[in-house]
Design a protein around this ligand. Structure first.
Ligand code: AGP
Length: 613
């Protein structure tokens, strides 16, 4: 969602801000703006639409002089996308400028109070309330930092803020509560940003702000204060990945780059966790006694991470014999879940910032559960809040449609399920060893699945089906989770209406929608259920569906007797088969999106990290 960049140094600020905002485009936005301190005071320029509109207006930042500034990409919540609703927002006095990520929940009350005190508002945003509130206290106290503190004390909700004051030319005040914000340490310059890629070109040394923190900085230094106003130190962390990891590196889109990065991401995620044929998940302590006492495992997440959770339910129950349930995080909080100290709650999140998943995690902890997070972004809120963390080492994922994060989350689920099964004694040594060996081999299997012939085949089928209006995905058991993910991919980037159903469920209603020429994607990767899935394909074929079947290489002759078109993947260990089945679906969606003229990396209405409820 919204992206924030702040800069104080000796460079021209506007180009630095635009450059940083470009690196945050992946978060999703519908307007953008910057504010720089210069001879005119606080000069703000804002524009609805793509960043290029703002950049053109600013001639790449060259026509806006000044060395200190804040920038923002906005994903509309309060008020439609428009120039006036874009950030930065100035107080009605023109003395304070604010960029904000998050939601001010008590904005209506604050707005009324400020109106009564004579404040004027020009936009519909909650952020303008912050600007006017700081402006109000600044008029009263005459102290910039104190007025920010007074204002923040009265804010409810989530916020990462970057604030400037006309009378403090070199200074920026940053505040964080429940929305991501990092501080970047430079030489004679300093930065704030919503995420590392925005400032990685300038510095690799960052501090992750804690909730409640305030950072007061200029070009020469920073003072961090905690929520009590005490001066504190914040640990300097070195970013180990290169800027190239967050660039397209010759690929047309981040999504296709990230699809091809999956072998590496899987290697980085799996290899360090297998030592001498044994899975070792550092930092994970789940004793036999604890696991045996568990009544249930909840897997809680949103979107694709939820689909990983659906797969995890099957995998954990099969191998560990503990009841497991996947739940959407947005539902978990409000369903009065049966959770206590005999429940393990596993949350899954690429960004580690998803508001619903965070809230579910907090809820689970309050109810007494042990929590374990599977997260990609180091230092993210979910990683910090969970009792135990397993990182997916996928590297930065920029495309809105997840691919490598999904695959590495699934890999972590395999590792965790096998480790728990071994601890519990619910898996034989022989089966455990076979699974570990297959896991070590998985990155290479993914690599050979992503071969040019298969990629071309997926591209070809996209040309066959790109004019379709609807699609159904059907599969059984773990394949049903893959269908959900494949269907979501098609929806989010190719804007194709698509639904996923367990194959056996179709005849209980949705089959009425099948008509002549409708695309049905069938995933048949579970041997024991292959014949049943073929029977379901026959049912939809009998009603006119055009079936594209994803199956295992040696099953092709059988599938070819039933389906119209086939894409095969190599045969691997049965538990790992979904990791290969998803690959053609990712490629198919990518090429479908291209064929339909969609903006693959920046799909409409979507944000990479959903930091509001
Ligand atoms: C995936 O392609 C989507 N963009 C989306 O469903 C995503 O998986 C979901 O919003 C969860 O995000 P998280 O993993 O960062 O928590």
């Amino acid at each position: 969602m919204c992206g924030i960049v702040g800069y104080a140094g000796s460079r021209q600020a506007a180009p630095v801000l635009l450059d940083g905002l470009e690196k945050l485009e992946y978060r999703g936005y519908d307007s953008a703006g910057v504010c720089v301190h210069n001879d005119q005071g606080l000069s703000a320029v804002k524009a609805k639409g793509r960043l290029s509109v703002l950049s053109d207006r600013l001639e790449g930042g060259n026509n806006l002089p000044g060395h200190v500034g804040i920038g923002h990409t906005r994903w509309a919540t309060h008020g439609a996308p428009s120039d006036v609703n874009s950030h930065p927002h100035l107080s009605d006095t023109g003395k304070i400028a604010v960029v904000h990520n998050g939601i001010i929940e008590n904005e209506a009350r604050l707005r009324q109070k400020l109106l009564r005190k004579g404040c004027t508002f020009y936009s519909e945003t909650d952020t303008e309330v912050v600007a006017n509130l700081v402006g109000y206290y600044y008029a009263k106290l005459g102290d910039f930092v104190e007025s920010v503190r007074e204002a923040v004390l009265r804010l409810e909700g989530s916020f990462a803020l970057g604030i400037m004051c006309v009378d403090q030319p070199g200074k920026i005040v940053a505040v964080k509560k429940d929305s991501p914000l990092i501080f970047g340490f430079g030489e004679g310059e300093n930065f704030i940003a919503s995420d590392v890629p925005a400032i990685l070109k300038y510095t690799q040394t960052v501090a992750y702000l804690e909730d409640g923190d305030m950072a007061v900085f200029d070009a020469d230094g920073v003072v961090f204060m905690d929520s009590a106003g005490e001066v504190v130190e914040r640990k300097r962390e070195k970013i180990t990945w290169e800027i190239s990891a967050a660039e397209r590196a010759g690929y047309d889109h981040f999504m296709i780059k990230e699809i091809f990065e999956q072998p590496k991401a899987l290697r980085d995620t799996i290899n360090p966790r297998i030592k001498n044929g044994q899975i070792e998940l550092e930092g994970v302590e789940l004793s036999a006694e604890y696991l045996k006492g568990l009544k249930r495992i909840y897997l809680v997440a949103c979107g694709s991470a939820y689909y990983v959770s659906v797969l995890a339910k099957y995998i954990i129950e099969k191998h560990c014999r503990i009841p497991a349930e996947a739940m959407m995080a947005s539902e978990f909080r409000y369903c009065d879940p049966v959770v206590d100290d005999k429940t393990l709650v596993i949350v899954v999140s690429q960004s580690g910032e998803t508001a619903d998943t965070r809230a579910a995690l907090v809820e689970a902890k309050q109810l007494g559960a042990k929590t374990l997070a599977i997260v990609n972004v180091v230092g993210s809120a979910i990683a910090k809040a969970a009792d135990q963390v397993i990182y997916t080492w996928a590297g930065p994922e920029i495309a809105v449609a997840t691919t490598k994060a999904f695959s590495t989350q699934l890999a972590v689920v395999y590792l965790l399920a096998m480790q728990m099964a071994k601890t519990l004694g619910t898996i034989s040594d022989e089966d455990y060893n076979a699974a570990v060996k297959a896991l070590e081999q998985l990155p290479t299997d993914v690599e050979r699945t992503l071969c040019p012939e298969r990629v071309e085949r997926c591209q070809y089928y996209s040309s066959v089906y790109c004019a379709n209006h609807d699609a159904f995905f059907i599969g059984r058991n773990i394949d049903s989770g893959i269908c959900m993910e494949g269907s979501l991919k098609l929806k989010e980037i190719a804007y194709l209406h698509s639904e996923a159903y367990p194959a056996g469920e179709l005849k209980h209603g949705p089959i009425s929608l099948i008509e002549e020429g409708m695309l049905v994607v069938a995933v048949a990767g579970v041997d024991a259920l292959f014949d049943k899935t073929m029977a379901n394909i026959k049912e939809v074929k009998a009603r006119g569906a055009d079936v594209l079947c994803v199956t295992v290489e040696d099953m092709e002759p059988n599938a070819a007797q039933v389906a119209d078109n086939i894409i095969t993947v190599p045969r691997v260990h049965p538990m790992l088969q979904p990791s290969l089945s998803i690959l053609p679906l990712q490629l198919f969606s990518y090429y479908m999106a291209l064929a339909r003229g969609c903006d693959v990396d920046k799909p409409r209405n979507l944000a990479k990290s959903v930091t509001v409820e």
